[in-house]
Design a protein around this ligand. Structure first.
Ligand code: NAD
Ligand code: IPM
Ligand code: MN
Length: 349
């Protein structure tokens, strides 16, 4: 039978709760579809950092490189500074494996009430540039302790980097009505954004049938709240895409339902699949985390592996669970993580 080797990094907080149940669902659906997943579960998290001073082993990236994919919960805890947990694990994985696309689909799921009425056909894909832009290592804090203390962060946008993100996004938009909304801030203040606009426009011009709708990020935020069904596909820089994906998920009901695929489209390196949300210290250990984001991300992983029928089965299983009104508290329900997952398992075909 077909076997895929997947490195699972549950991480911290609710990352552990949601990946635990999602891995069980993946095993169950794999069994029904004639393949199996060999999980290499990694204890790479904040506890490991406290014990060893590292979020992952020195050769962590090398260890991951032999797998077929990476499945992540979330990292982050109040006890360890976020820059340590993030630069020690999540960001290096995205960069070392050149996962330059962060694909974040969202739609109004059956049985789920969005943040406001009238958004029944919400269906948005955010294509987020995932390795450059505002998330750069250039900068820092200077003059600590003096009155002149300051902090600097440089954004770095390259023509090649913006081009490949725009190209991927144009392909996505081509299958979704042809309009690509480009999130920008090119009204004269941010130097990088007129460059972003130019490269996006030139790239998308190569795709017949796709047009760019360039929207300033502030106005786009308002439009996504007030008329979310007017937007289908978004291309955005690293930081803008990060913010917009939580915004869109919130409009669709909860950030607990949002999935993401960190893709190396050329498949030269493994891709990584994770829910969009973080470790949620406020509900960690309570057993009530919504596993839908993690399950949807797992479905995206199965699709990426070529197991499309299993991906569809897993997706319909969590959708039909929600459709029956079974949901965790973030969606207004009373199911625990385990209860929700059990319902999903019983619906796998
Ligand atoms: P968060 O996403 O963890 O939580 C924000 C809010 O949403 C909280 O009220 C939380 O309870 C709720 N929430 C999130 N996921 C949920 C789920 N599945 N079910 C129900 N409710 C859910 O964001 P935060 O609080 O800003 O960050 C907490 C920590 O997570 C920080 O250390 C941050 O750096 C980290 N983080 C990590 C990742 C990642 O590893 N990919 C992503 C985002 C944040
Ligand atoms: C996400 C997260 C990360 C990001 C953080 C934790 C660095 O918010 O995956 O959306 O900003 O990319
Ligand atoms: Mn985020």
């Amino acid at each position: 039978t077909r076997t895929y080797t997947i490195d699972s990094i549950p991480g911290d907080g609710i990352g552990v709760d949601v990946t635990d149940v999602a891995m069980e669902c993946v095993d169950a659906v794999a069994g029904l579809h004639g393949f199996s997943v060999s999980w290499r579960v990694r204890d790479w998290n904040s506890d490991l950092y406290v014990k060893t001073g590292r979020m992952m082993p020195v050769d962590g990236i090398e260890q991951l490189s032999s797998g077929d994919g990476i499945y992540l919960g979330a990292v982050g805890t109040p006890d360890v500074p976020d820059d340590v947990t993030l630069w020690g694990l999540l960001i290096p994985i995205r960069r070392e494996f050149d996962q330059y696309i962060n694909l974040r689909p969202m739609k109004l799921l059956p049985g789920v009430k969005g943040a406001m009425p009238g958004i029944e056909d919400l269906d948005i894909v955010v294509v987020r540039e995932n390795v450059e832009g505002e998330y750069s290592q250039i900068g820092g804090r200077f003059g600590a302790g003096t009155d002149a203390e300051f902090a600097v962060q440089e954004s770095v946008f390259t023509k090649a980097g913006v081009r490949r993100a725009a190209r991927y996004a144009a392909e996505v938009a081509a299958g979704r009505g042809g309009t690509l909304v480009s999130a920008t801030k090119s009204n004269g203040i941010i130097h990088t954004m007129p460059f972003w606009d130019e490269v996006v426009a030139r790239t998308v011009a190569e795709f017949p049938g796709v047009t760019v709708d360039k929207v300033l990020i502030d106005a786009l935020a308002a439009r996504l709240v007030m008329k979310p069904t007017s937007v289908r596909t978004i291309v955005a820089s690293n930081l803008f895409g990060d913010i917009l994906s939580d915004l869109v998920a919130g409009v669709a009901g909860s950030i607990g339902i949002a999935p993401s695929a960190n893709l190396n489209p050329e498949r030269r390196y493994p891709s990584m699949f994770e829910p969009v949300h973080g470790s949620a210290p406020d509900i960690a250990g309570k057993g009530i985390a919504n596993p839908v984001g993690a399950l949807w991300a797992a479905a995206m992983m199965l699709y990426h592996l070529g197991e499309e029928a299993a991906a569809r089965s897993l997706t319909s299983a969590f959708e039909s669970t929600l459709a029956e009104g079974i949901a965790t508290p973030d969606l207004g329900g009373s199911a625990t993580t385990l209860e929700f997952a059990k319902e999903v398992r019983s619906r796998l075909r």
